[in-house]
Design a binder for this molecule. Structure first.
Ligand SMILES: Nc1ncnc2c1ncn2[C@@H]1O[C@H](COP(=O)(O)OP(=O)(O)O)[C@@H](O)[C@H]1O
Ligand SMILES: [Mg+2]
Length: 340
């Protein structure tokens, strides 16, 4: 069965004075209804750029985009990359919606929360002003705003950070989209509110059978939440697998590095966190070989110095588990064991 969204060989580049920024480089992923795909990677790895392309939110005159992003709708399939602007605009807010780290990027400061949610509903539904208001109230209650009937007339600045995030979710979901892209939705929130928002998203996902893409730089938040994980580095996907694959059988040195920098409580022993030394690559002048090679501790173990001359392909290492590394699973496992 095909997934709801299928992104294939997506390339997004920005021509700049300094050269071409290759922010999304042959990216392929998919997500089904009721499923959560997490896209994880350090800041600047191309996570947002890739998903903004799916939403049709790049400026066409300043962006070069190729590849496919197919939405398999009940009415048929649409490739949002090649579709015209008007078609994509109609899908946005109806079949697919996006929420961001900063709710104020989606909420207008001068209109009440209720009016903004109602307006998003009126875009796709015929109904009176009262119908719109009722829908806004229903959504605010659904996302857990206490005293929603009173708070509906509040302005965004009267809401706390966590409540604003809930209001943005209410607005994104008002037309019952099949795909929700959540771009670092909890990064700005404290840990307690963060887990409340993620639980809310999970609850709403089950209720509406939504496909969710959760973009985050924090592997720690995805373990409970996601079904699959794509790890991005330097504009490319370097590893793709189930949550179990990524957490228990990582097959890329970058993923290993990310896992080592996540706090974990394992059998009562605390382990020291290690950041990955070095810096992510510039997306203007990507290294000739593997983008991670300059930071990788295992390059000397690959014959012929291939890591610095050839880009490894994203290969299937196990059923449904892909990695972009020249090392075999056995070699990598042995190297990791030797180090421990
Ligand atoms: N409009 C743009 N013009 C030029 N470069 C951009 C533009 N938008 C994003 N970039 C660059 O693309 C790269 C990937 O960005 P992004 O997808 O936002 O990363 P992240 O993984 O943190 O979401 C970054 O190096 C960023 O500077
Ligand atoms: Mg981002």
């Amino acid at each position: 069965m095909s997934k709801f969204l299928e992104v294939r060989n997506l390339n997004v580049s920005f021509p700049t004075e300094d050269g071409m920024v290759r922010a999304s480089n042959g990216v392929t992923y998919s997500v089904g209804l009721g499923e959560t795909l997490a896209i994880v990677g350090e800041s600047g790895s191309g996570k947002s750029v890739s998903n903004l392309a799916v939403m049709g939110l790049h400026n066409p005159t300043r962006t070069e985009i190729s590849g496919e992003a197919i939405l398999n709708l009940k009415s048929g399939s649409v490739d949002v990359i090649s579709a015209d602007t008007e078609t994509v605009r109609k899908l946005r807010g109806k079949e697919m919606a996006m929420i961001f780290q900063d709710p104020m990027s989606a909420l207008h400061p001068f209109f009440s929360i209720g009016d903004q949610i109602a307006e998003a509903w009126h875009l796709y539904n015929k109904g009176s002003k009262a119908d719109g208001k009722n829908k806004a109230l229903e959504m605010l209650e659904l996302v857990g705003i206490p005293d929603a009937a009173k708070r509906i007339n509040d302005f965004p600045h009267q809401f706390s950070g966590g409540m604003r995030q809930r209001a943005m979710i209410a607005m994104a979901l008002v037309n019952n989209p099949s795909l929700l892209i959540a771009d670092e939705p909890t990064t700005a929130l404290d840990v307690t509110v963060q887990s409340q928002i993620l639980s809310l998203l999970k609850e709403l996902q089950i209720k509406f059978n939504m496909a969710i893409i959760l973009i985050t730089h924090d592997l720690g938040v995805v373990a409970e939440f996601a079904d699959r994980i794509c790890v991005m580095y330097g504009g490319r996907i370097v590893e793709d697998g189930t949550v179990e694959d990524i957490f228990y059988q990582p097959k890329h040195p970058y993923t290993l590095g990310l896992l080592n920098s996540v706090p974990r409580i394992t059998a009562g022993t605390s382990h020291r966190l290690k950041a990955i030394p070095g810096q992510p690559p510039s997306l203007i002048n990507l290294p000739k070989g593997c983008s991670f090679a300059p930071r990788c501790e295992y390059t000397s173990k690959v014959a012929g110095g291939k890591c610095s001359t050839e880009v490894p392909t994203l290969d299937v290492k196990n059923a449904g588990h892909l990695s972009r590394c020249f090392l075999s699973t056995e070699s990598l496992n042995n190297l990791v064991k030797d180090k421990a």
